[in-house]
Design a protein around this ligand. Sequence first.
Ligand SMILES: Cc1cc2nc3c(=O)[nH]c(=O)nc-3n(C[C@H](O)[C@H](O)[C@H](O)COP(=O)(O)OP(=O)(O)OC[C@H]3O[C@@H](n4cnc5c(N)ncnc54)[C@H](O)[C@@H]3O)c2cc1C
Length: 539
Amino acid sequence: MPRDVIADGLASGKWMVHDASALAADKVVEADVVIVGSGAGGGVAADILSQSGLKVVLLEEGGLHYASRDFKLLESQAYPMLYQESAGRQTRDKGITILQGRTVGGSTTVNWTSSFRTPPTTLAFWQRHLGLEGMTVEAMSPWFGKAERRMNVSDWQVEPNMNNKALMTGADRTGIHWAKIRRNVKGCLNLGYCGMGCPSNAKQSMLVTTIPAALDRGAVLYTHARAERVLMDGEQAVGVECLAMDDAGLYPNGFRLTVRAKTVVLAGGAINTPALMLRSRLPDPQGLIGKRTFLHPVNISGAIMPYKVEGWSGAPQSIYSDHHLDTHPVDGPMGYKLEVPPLHPVLTAITMSGFGEKHRQVMANFDRLQVVLALMRDGFHEASQGGTVGLKADGTPLLDYPISDYVWQGMRHSFLTMAELQFAAGATRVMPIHEDVGADGYASWAEAKAGILSLPMEVLRTKVVSAHVMGGAAMAARAEDGVVNEYGRHHQLEGLYVMDGSVFPTSIGANPQLSVYAFAARNASKLAQTLTGRDVAWP
Ligand SMILES: Cc1cc2nc3c(=O)[nH]c(=O)nc-3n(C[C@H](O)[C@H](O)[C@H](O)COP(=O)(O)OP(=O)(O)OC[C@H]3O[C@@H](n4cnc5c(N)ncnc54)[C@H](O)[C@@H]3O)c2cc1C
């Protein structure tokens, strides 16, 4: 078993990790740089800025959990402990359920390890429409390469599990191309429980890579510290004020932690970073904060196979198909990526449609259930403007994401693709996850085709989920078009930077973690150079 870097680091007595839930009085601390959020963006920024010799304070609203000791492969434990809103975050109309991490390491602690570079078509769109001319494939390649080395992104040599294999077989038999997914793991035991926190420290999340490295260099981490607002002095950011949370991370414990720093990096993830900006009443002359938040909205197709699938076991995602991205121009009819999800009983049960007898019948076949996902590439077409982050009465975020007809048409198209593919892979029944589809689903491709073409594609009837949240504080060359510039620097406020998934001006069109790592690395390196006058050799 690999060593537990977090447990060892804490036991060394050298790390400065403080649990704000234990505060019994308000506290003020000083730093060169304060970073809000310890996920993909915050972890990479902390690694690079601490390496450049700056005094870094990292704030995380979730808790710190050791990997191999505390992750018990239990959904009942993982969702409340490791996810925003106990994995039940939803859009305003409750039409989309959103998974995001809320723990040290952020979503990287619970993600499924699929690693893709930002597609060239996405970079080209940003160059064309947002004036981000430096974002060519050639200019970005070194940053992807660095992030891949740091997070050990590599080919996955192990046989795909049966869930992924069905996607591969179905794609072959229906004549669409597929490929293998690269993963950021080292010594992976192929268990299939990535979403509950890796129990063997094999996943190269921020929890075991950048955050321990930053702590070794003297960075300070406060857990259970929810950044409430950015502090400003005129047009200069001067720090962050946090609410100390209780040890479940649910309610403020009554005390405040203030970090005074001339440089503030926001990395709370899309939805939460724009919400913090709104709470802080940051300058926003064009009213862009929170707008154009993207989700890769996902619709789902279940199938009953004549063999055991056991989708809870093995690397969750190892095969994908980009056929319906590559054959759709970015601003043409909605394109989508095909993947499969890990299948665990609680998440599966709450995702399947129906209740009572219908639901019981679906779950009775759990071990033979195969599931394909279609991820819509939102944000490229004028009929796909994404959602808007607002604030609830208590100041916490709420995303309004109306699903346009254009997006619904992409979902209907993908229901057809997934059903055809699943029958081709041997399914005896296919069930698009939709309230109007009966417990038996469809028994043949011909029946499925007729049924899907007449399904009402409507919110709360079609199940829609997401684990990819992007945008809401978009980068653009001109202040008129974006919240931050191409290096994540706020267009109006001095000293304020955004380095997380919220800077993306459209969705990525691929699983976003590697894009977040690469852009955060590029931007944090630039910031380190600006603040210290020296280049950082990272990784
Ligand atoms: C279940 C799941 C599976 C996924 N699988 C994949 C995958 O296989 N491949 C892939 O590429 N992507 C995957 N993703 C998405 C990927 O992990 C995210 O896109 C990426 O981590 C986003 O990085 P980020 O820095 O924007 O935010 P996050 O990594 O989410 O980090 C944000 C952090 O900030 C903290 N925070 C938020 N607000 C505050 C505040 N006010 N004060 C203090 N702290 C705050 C949060 O608690 C969190 O820890 C998955 C996500 C999930 C949830």
